[in-house]
Design a protein around this ligand. Structure first.
Ligand SMILES: Nc1ncnc2c1ncn2[C@@H]1O[C@H](COP(=O)(O)OP(=O)(O)OP(=O)(O)O)[C@@H](O)[C@H]1O
Ligand SMILES: [Mg+2]
Length: 259
């Protein structure tokens, strides 16, 4: 279980006119069950990436608490892995070596690292590309490689920051379906940031709507759609249509209240 309790974050910047403060997050509370899939949606700059980095343990926070299974988060750990907004693959390493990279911090023998990395590349459909370099892959394939790298450490919590933002609509649809299959198979907790209402609803058990900066939780909505979710069926379900419309209104309202 991931408990975000009244978390706030203010960034300090030293500029020409002295120190300025920017409040990115204010009093954010979200409680995420084990194996739950939660989407987070909110305007650009409202602190979504910041929140994900705080949960990952990369960014210190100045108010509130993050608890994972009751234990306070004080830094990164093997229970969590991030798939970043940008691909973040190492360009000078092959696909296989990129996936092995996340295993190098563990004290695993070399052959075991390679075997594990190969296994995850197979799971994301990149078995034939292990010796390619990132620039030789399409955007969707780079996303898959990033996913394989995060999965290879077998985290129980997968943190995803707009992982499918930069691929075409068809590839995005395919990656969404693959992610759901994988999530169902591997039983992980997923926190998934997106700008797409359609994607948020299609994937998640619950959708968190955030306000403009400083980001707060505007609403948390249940997604009452059955699984497995067949894309064409789900998107024609009146509940799907209603919910995406509702989220659109909720985001609009959050923006209006802000100004
Ligand atoms: N390291 C940092 N130092 C100073 N300010 C930062 C830092 N990281 C983020 N910010 C500021 O915090 C605010 C929230 O940024 P964040 O990246 O979390 O937004 P976001 O919701 O992920 O936006 P987007 O949807 O565009 O990705 C922004 O105003 C940003 O300028
Ligand atoms: Mg972001």
């Amino acid at each position: 279980m991931v408990e975000v309790q009244r978390v706030s974050k203010t960034f300090q910047r030293i500029g020409k006119n002295g120190a300025t403060e920017l409040k990115a997050l204010s009093d954010v509370t979200i409680s995420i069950r084990e194996k739950e899939f939660v989407s987070i949606i909110g305007p650009s700059g409202c602190g979504k990436t910041t929140l994900l980095k705080i949960i990952d343990g990369l960014t210190p926070y100045d108010g509130g608490e993050i608890l994972i299974n009751g234990k306070k988060v004080t830094g990164p750990g093997p229970d969590r892995a991030v798939v970043f907004q940008t691909f973040a693959l190492l360009p000078w390493r092959t696909v296989l070596a990129n996936v092995e990279f996340s295993l190098e911090l563990r004290q695993l023998p070399r052959e075991q690292r390679t075997a594990t990395a190969r296994d995850y590349l197979k799971r994301v459909g990149l078995a034939d590309f292990e010796n390619h370099y990132p620039h030789e892959l399409s955007g969707g394939m780079q996303q898959r490689a990033g996913l394989a790298r995060a999965l290879a450490v077998n985290p129980s919590i997968l943190l995803m920051d707009e992982p499918f933002g930069s691929v075409d609509a068809q590839t995005r649809q395919l990656l969404q379906e693959e992610l759901l299959e994988l999530w169902q198979r591997e039983q992980k907790t997923v926190i998934f940031i997106t700008h797409s209402m359609d994607e948020a609803v299609y994937l998640a058990d619950r959708v968190v709507v955030m306000t403009p900066r400083p980001g707060r939780v505007a609403e948390i909505l249940d997604v009452p759609l059955p699984r497995p979710r067949i894309p064409d069926v789900v998107r024609r379900d009146p509940k799907f249509v209603d919910l995406t419309n509702y989220i659109w209104d909720s985001l609009k309202k959050a923006m209006e209240n802000h100004h």
